[in-house]
Design a protein around this ligand. Structure first.
Ligand SMILES: Nc1ccn([C@@H]2O[C@H](COP(=O)(O)OP(=O)(O)OP(=O)(O)O)[C@@H](O)[C@H]2O)c(=O)n1
Ligand SMILES: C[C@](O)(CO)[C@H](O)COP(=O)(O)O
Length: 248
């Protein structure tokens, strides 16, 4: 994507302040390495790979902002990409809000991208940005589901859970990041939820609560979220395949 279409100025906010409890004991998830490079650096590079992204805001673990700043200083990014680091909060939503607070005034398109999705291809990033630039206030990359999904009545751990419903799979999508937003819409969504109190597991969910339209564009298998130990194995295999294919 060319940068000539300004006045759009696009920033990526990368929430990276999670502990990674489901990954098991160790350093915060974003600082775990994939083939020798911290996951966060892979994620930052994935955003900076888009020529449209001029600013990356990394939201670091509250006790790790200094370390993250050093990491970014050590790893090369394209010259056109500025970056800054802010300390995160107790939830992803709070971390994103802190990242939004740090944006420069001239930013009008915002991507929110999990550090835990380090391998998203640049074509997916650009497709999200393009959809926002074409007028969608909120854009989500997503994939159809491979599994059938059941809605259940949750029970105490270990007890069988009664099935309540089987949603029609063809209408379901598995949602990824980067999610892209018109900045004012996203800021309004976060401000509104701060007043009303009901959170969401993704930023698009907050925009839906405003009643603003959210659209889906095709996601990518390699944009999967590193959540459990097996995901680390998959991520390293993807990187090894990329290296073998094109020396990346
Ligand atoms: N307080 C938090 C919690 C999460 N995140 C970020 O939100 C993204 C998606 O969250 P998830 O994969 O659930 O990460 P964790 O919260 O770290 O995972 P877990 O629930 O296993 O602890 C991650 O990049 C994570 O660093 C964040 O910035 N601040
Ligand atoms: C934003 C997200 O990655 C979209 O799938 C997801 O909602 C994050 O959820 P988590 O509970 O933080 O894993």
């Amino acid at each position: 994507m060319s940068d000539e279409s300004r006045p759009y100025r696009t920033a990526a906010v990368i929430p990276a302040a999670g502990r990674g409890v489901r990954l098991g004991p160790g350093v915060p998830k974003a600082l775990r390495t994939l083939n020798g490079t911290p996951m966060l650096i892979h994620a930052v590079r994935a955003m900076a790979a888009s020529r449209a992204v001029s600013l990356v805001v990394v939201v670091a673990p509250p006790d790790g902002a200094f370390e993250v700043k050093n990491l970014l200083d050590e790893h090369a990014l394209p010259e056109r990409t500025d970056y800054l680091v802010v300390a995160g909060g107790d939830t992803r939503q709070e971390s994103v809000r802190l990242g939004l607070d740090a944006l420069a005034d001239n930013i009008n398109v915002v991507l929110v991208h999990d550090a835990a999705r380090p391998l998203v291809p640049v074509d997916t990033v650009d497709a999200v940005i393009e959809a926002v630039r074409n007028g969608a206030p909120a854009v989500v990359p997503a994939l159809p589901l491979a599994d059938t999904v059941k809605e259940v009545e949750p029970q105490a751990k270990g007890e069988a859970e009664p099935v309540v419903a089987t949603p029609e799979r063809a209408r379901l999508r598995s949602v990824q990041t980067p999610q892209g937003f018109d900045r004012d819409t996203l800021v309004r969504a976060h401000e509104t939820v701060a007043v009303n109190g009901e959170g969401a597991t993704d930023c698009a969910g907050l925009v839906e609560r405003l009643g603003a339209p959210v659209v889906v564009v095709p996601g990518h298998e390699e944009a999967f979220k590193v959540t459990r130990p097996l995901d680390l194995v998959l991520a390293e295999a993807v990187l090894a395949r990329r290296r073998a294919n094109d020396g990346f």
